[in-house]
Design a protein around this ligand. Structure first.
Ligand SMILES: O=c1ccn([C@@H]2O[C@H](COP(=O)(O)OP(=O)(O)O[C@H]3O[C@H](CO)[C@@H](O)[C@H](O)[C@H]3O)[C@@H](O)[C@H]2O)c(=O)[nH]1
Ligand SMILES: O=C(O)[C@H](O)COP(=O)(O)O
Length: 325
């Protein structure tokens, strides 16, 4: 293993159980900081309510660690919005935010626009499809940020059980991580190969850094943030925290293939000089008539650093609300 990676692993890998909500809340207040938690959601009626409920009860009401709890909804057609609101979140419809900048589908867009509708100095992102969510995830992600001013961005790491037809097996989840993201990092950004879960949907960062980097649309967002934040702040400003075990709802293989395509597009866009890659992915399905080719667009859009968006800059200066009611 590279010496720099080995050093980074021992210096910048933390453990969530070493942090307590009460102590972090006191540190947050002493530093005069605020915390926003953002849950991106698209049709997550089965899980979003329980996650919001846990964070509100434990971290907003009991410990005042979280100041703002927002669900960024990408246009759910199920009861996600009702479930999130009844559990105590403010729900923001992504399409209502910065409408003059146009609308791009996908998770990355939800996270990018969430910067404009939140106020926290520290922002925690948590996927809203988690099963058996533990609010200690949020505590763990905030721990290094609230106790070490040289840490700017913290990614979750965890064991990833996989639900199979035979039941739950203790590992095997994170297939795009294993088959695409980590091999790409190893080949092109080996200095980042200490990240156990580079695609984790649970991470936290300082607003002053997040607003200075582009946000890639769709599922390129996590890969892009990792590379761009390392470039901006240096690898030593990035950290990871062991959150234990994480379960979520799995997408089918073909959907993960398209996710991998978006991550590859994100990586290639960060390799100067290779030209413009094709953004088409062909997948094959067997139908009654034989094998059918289905062509998908796996292109991603790079949203500019939020700090460069005039409406955002104006809102940060004046404190005026940035979202449509
Ligand atoms: O248009 C969308 C699509 C998804 N989501 C939400 O984003 C989260 C993650 O999406 P999901 O489809 O569950 O992704 P995973 O299969 O879990 O993919 C993993 O890998 C992705 C690529 O890095 C990350 O974005 C995910 O957070 C990470 O869990 C969930 O809360 C979704 O509801 C949106 O908000 N808007
Ligand atoms: O991180 C990943 O690789 C994707 O979320 C896929 O995860 P899964 O294999 O657990 O569905």
């Amino acid at each position: 293993m590279r010496v720099d990676v080995s050093r980074w692993l021992s210096r910048r890998t933390y453990t969530a159980t070493n942090y307590q909500a009460a102590a972090l809340s006191a540190a947050k207040q002493a530093q005069g900081r605020t915390v926003s938690v953002v849950l991106p959601a698209l049709n997550e009626e089965r899980t979003v309510g329980a996650i919001v409920e846990e964070i509100r009860r434990e971290l907003v009401e009991s410990h005042a660690l979280v100041d703002e709890l927002v669900v960024a909804d990408s246009g759910s057609t199920d009861r996600t919005v009702v479930a999130a609101e009844s559990a105590g979140a403010r729900v923001v419809r992504v399409d209502d935010v910065l409408p003059e900048r146009g609308r791009v589908p996908g998770k990355g867009e939800a996270l990018w626009k969430s910067l404009h509708v939140t106020d926290g100095d520290l922002i925690v992102f948590i996927d809203s499809d988690l099963i058996s969510f533990d609010p200690q995830f949020v505590v763990g992600l905030l721990g290094p940020l609230l106790t070490d001013p040289t840490v700017g961005y913290v990614k979750g790491l965890y064991d990833r059980p996989l639900s199979t037809a035979e039941g739950l097996v203790p590992s095997g989840g994170g297939r795009v991580t294993e088959l695409t993201a980590r091999p790409l990092l190893g080949a092109l950004w080996p200095q980042l190969s200490g990240f156990v879960q580079p695609l984790s949907g649970e991470y936290a960062g300082r607003r002053e850094l997040l607003e200075q980097v582009p946000f890639v649309s769709h599922y390129g967002v996590e890969f892009g943030l990792l590379i761009d934040l390392a470039e901006l702040a240096g690898v030593d400003a990035l950290a990871q925290v062991d959150l234990g075990t994480r379960r979520h709802s799995h997408q089918p293989d073909a959907a993960l293939g398209r996710m991998a395509g978006q991550i590859i597009q994100t990586a290639l866009a960060r390799c100067p000089g290779i030209g413009v890659p094709s953004d088409q992915l062909i997948q094959y399905v067997r139908t009654g008539g034989g094998i059918e080719a289905v062509t998908w667009d796996v292109g991603v859009v790079e949203r500019p650093p939020m700090r460069t968006v005039p409406a955002y800059a104006a809102r940060r200066t004046t404190g005026a609300p940035g979202w449509s009611a």
